[in-house]
Ligand binder design. Structure first.
Ligand code: SF4
Length: 72
């Protein structure tokens, strides 16, 4: 279940990184903010990845289809 983080919405709170440290990491954003970035491979379980979608305070994480993963 690949997910996508919208860097324009992400505020870099780190919740997703705390839940799925193998799937997300915090990196410098375009406007100086630290934002979360989804990794190419997301080895954390689907349950945990779904939790990040639900727990992101600003709704920056969404589920994407397998076909579009990594091509954006
Ligand atoms: S939980 Fe949401 S706002 Fe927080 S770092 Fe992750 S994507 Fe960004």
């Amino acid at each position: 279940m690949p997910t996508r983080v919208d860097p324009k919405i992400c505020i870099g709170c780190g919740v997703c990184v705390a839940i799925c440290p193998n799937s997300y990491s915090l990196v410098p954003g375009e406007d100086g903010l630290i934002v979360s970035k989804e990794s190419e491979t997301q080895p954390d379980t689907e349950t945990l990845l779904k939790e990040t979608i639900e727990d992101c305070p600003v709704g920056a994480i969404s589920q994407i289809s397998e076909q579009t993963h990594g091509t954006a």
